[in-house]
Design a binder for this molecule. Structure first.
Ligand code: CTP
Ligand SMILES: C[C@](O)(CO)[C@H](O)COP(=O)(O)O
Length: 234
């Protein structure tokens, strides 16, 4: 079965509060250049051939607005808007429970990474389909030297930088492996800061696909200023 006949579900966690950004409303619902950040992000996936289903997790008060935004972006694909959890991992898990059983691949993409490129998503899908792996993660090589520190802030280790990459999203997996990883993490009480780490810990093979720095996560005020410049020139 070729890649064209594979079905993809997109999971978008959008239930965060944006505490590090410090705005009055959560990050995905801030407007830049006439569109919410969530809409800018969803638009990047609209024309992906394999996309059949979108599951967005958000907080109670944004369920209706999220439904409106998603319905305006997607025409033929099925959209589900569900309640998120108190951490990103729980928001993704809730979404996975709502995903269709018959999908082949699941892509997880932060609502607040609006600068991913269609070609990057397609590259990830090609690699996932053609290589002997369970998942792929868009990532960039570290440009700074990384230090691993102890609780006293003393440096314990300097990993070889040529082996250190910074994980972004999308992170795309074969559905069964991802479900197993999330199930196993829940049963073991394990928390991961990304989806791949949960797959890695059950022995899954995950490949990095080189992306670029444009696909940053809007996290701090400087990121929002940069996103404004990139989307509206100011
Ligand atoms: N309980 C949570 C926390 C985060 N997210 C989502 O996960 C993505 C990445 O999280 P992050 O950038 O950390 O967002 P926030 O949690 O909102 O930010 P902060 O940690 O600064 O509060 C975002 O799209 C965010 O909405 C989520 O769905 N549910
Ligand atoms: C998944 C992620 O975007 C990969 O870089 C990141 O780990 C999310 O972290 P956050 O603290 O939930 O923003």
């Amino acid at each position: 079965m070729g890649l064209d006949s594979k079905h993809l579900t997109l999971v978008v966690p959008a239930a965060g509060s944006g505490s590090r950004l410090g705005e009055d409303i959560p990050k995905p619902y801030l407007t830049i250049a006439g569109k919410t950040i969530l809409e800018h992000t969803l638009l990047k996936f609209r024309d992906i051939n394999q996309l059949r289903e979108i599951v967005i997790s958000t907080s109670d008060q944004y369920l209706d607005q999220t439904r409106e935004i998603a319905d305006a972006v997607f025409n033929t694909q099925s959209v589900k808007v569900i309640r998120g959890g108190d951490e990103r991992q729980n928001s993704v898990m809730n979404a996975l429970h709502s995903a269709s059983g018959s999908t082949d691949f699941v892509a997880i993409h932060d609502a607040v990474r609006p600068f991913v490129k269609k070609t990057q998503i397609e590259n990830c899908l090609v690699k996932l389909d053609s290589e002997d792996v369970d998942g792929v993660v868009l990532a960039v090589p570290a440009k700074d030297t990384i230090k691993e520190i102890g609780s006293d802030n003393l440096i314990e280790r300097t990993p070889d930088r040529s082996k250190v990459w910074l994980a972004q999203t999308p992170q795309i997996f074969k559905k069964e492996v991802l479900m197993k990883a999330y199930q196993n993490a829940a049963e073991s009480g394990v928390k991961g800061t990304d989806d791949s780490s949960l797959v890695e810990r059950i022995g899954g093979r995950v490949l990095v696909v080189e992306g670029d720095g444009d696909n940053f996560k809007i996290t701090f005020p400087l990121d929002l200023r940069l996103a404004n410049i990139m989307l509206s020139g100011r």
